[in-house]
Design a protein around this ligand. Structure first.
Ligand SMILES: [Zn+2]
Length: 142
């Protein structure tokens, strides 16, 4: 896995929440794009921008004529922000590409992002003893 997303997430807002939201985007993209079977294209332009309301930041993924935008508040702690971003991007990828990603190994469903302790985790939604890893470490643990 390369670290392309470290440089390709473009920040278009000076909001103080942007660095944390951008870190969450970079980290969770590693998981979605590291899920080889999902075959999600890798050549998105990714931006973090101001939303229509001051509370909301927007994350946009653009590729050709495709645009997916998800809104995040980014007001929680680090783990809460990572889970919110991972969850919203998961919804966007599911909707646009009809894929369940990141896949729960050996199960037909995708993983669920949750805050466990102080960590943002991907868990099997049926049995958290079946699979768990930190957000950003799916490609290494899957
Ligand atoms: Zn499962």
């Amino acid at each position: 896995m390369d670290n392309t997303w470290d440089t390709l997430v473009e920040l278009r807002s000076a909001d103080e929440r942007v660095p944390r939201v951008a870190a969450a985007v970079r980290t969770s993209l590693l998981d979605f794009l590291g899920d080889a079977e999902s075959a999600i294209p890798r050549d998105f332009v990714v931006t973090v921008e101001d939303g229509d309301s001051p509370e909301m930041l927007m994350v946009f993924l653009r590729r050709g004529g495709f645009v997916a935008g998800v809104g995040v508040f980014g007001t929680g702690n680090r783990a809460e922000t990572f889970v919110a971003v991972a969850d919203r991007l998961q919804d966007a990828f599911t909707e646009e590409f009809r894929v369940a990603t990141p896949r729960c190994p050996g199960h037909p469903h995708p993983l669920s992002a949750m805050v466990i302790g102080a960590e943002a985790m991907w868990l099997c939604p049926k049995d958290d003893n079946h699979f768990a890893c930190r957000v950003g470490e799916y490609a290494r643990s899957g």
